[in-house]
Design a protein around this ligand. Sequence first.
Ligand code: HEC
Ligand code: HEC
Ligand code: HEC
Ligand code: HEC
Length: 130
Amino acid sequence: MMKKIVTYAAAFALTLGLGLSANAMAGDKGPAEMTLQATVDAAAKAKPAMFPHAKHQEKLACGECHHTKGADGKQVAYTEGMKIEKCETCHNKAAGMPKAVATFKDAAHTNCKGCHKEKKVSTKCDTCHK
Ligand code: HEC
Ligand code: HEC
Ligand code: HEC
Ligand code: HEC
């Protein structure tokens, strides 16, 4: 009996340990539904955007939206299991990114609206900003 409890405890601790580094694991797909809101370079009037993450994951590769950067500051393509950071971590005015992707808003509009336009999905403001 005692041995069984110890085994369960060990399994539980292992689960917790894995949970802490979940973002670095291939299995973490992030939230299914998100409300995105710029915080760093946010406009005076907040304009949250609705984002059905899971719905996009059904049809699109993670690398359509996620990437990271190398030590030289250049973009590095998505690889499975890599650390996924918030867009704003890199796309903020202080980071000095190119104008088209200088802020979260710019990066999001380039990425989200760019693909919607290409795939003939609505790019009307209220498609995302409800
Ligand atoms: C396909 C989705 C999408 C569409 C369409 C879209 N946006 Fe956005 N927009 C976003 C996302 C994502 C962000 C970044 C998160 C946020 O702050 O809302 C954003 C950010 C913004 C921000 C900055 C918000 C802030 O608080 O700093 C403004 C302003 C904005 N959008 C205006 C517009 C206007 C005006 C239109 C229509 C001409 C539009 N957007 C169409 C997705 C969209
Ligand atoms: C259509 C674009 C798109 C696709 C495809 C996509 N994601 Fe995301 N994902 C996003 C956006 C946008 C966010 C929110 C980023 C932010 O808050 O700055 C996000 C957030 C996340 C987060 C949470 C990051 C954090 O720390 O808040 C994880 C984890 C994640 N995605 C994993 C995945 C994985 C794994 C896939 C592929 C199975 C995937 N995503 C596909 C756009 C996408
Ligand atoms: C770890 C840093 C980092 C994060 C996090 C990041 N980016 Fe980027 N992104 C870059 C770099 C670096 C470039 C290249 C900029 C240049 O051309 O000099 C780039 C370029 C882009 C571009 C233009 C080139 C292209 O691939 O179309 C878009 C759009 C973009 N990012 C959107 C996003 C979105 C949306 C998110 C969040 C889901 C995000 N980025 C998260 C670093 C990052
Ligand atoms: C690489 C392509 C691609 C990117 C990038 C992308 N989308 Fe989409 N999005 C789609 C497609 C395709 C659909 C239609 C999905 C369907 O109906 O099955 C869609 C649908 C949506 C819808 C639902 C519209 C409706 O009423 O049916 C919202 C909201 C949305 N996207 C927001 C966003 C936001 C916000 C971003 C950026 C953070 C984003 N999308 C990035 C391809 C993309």
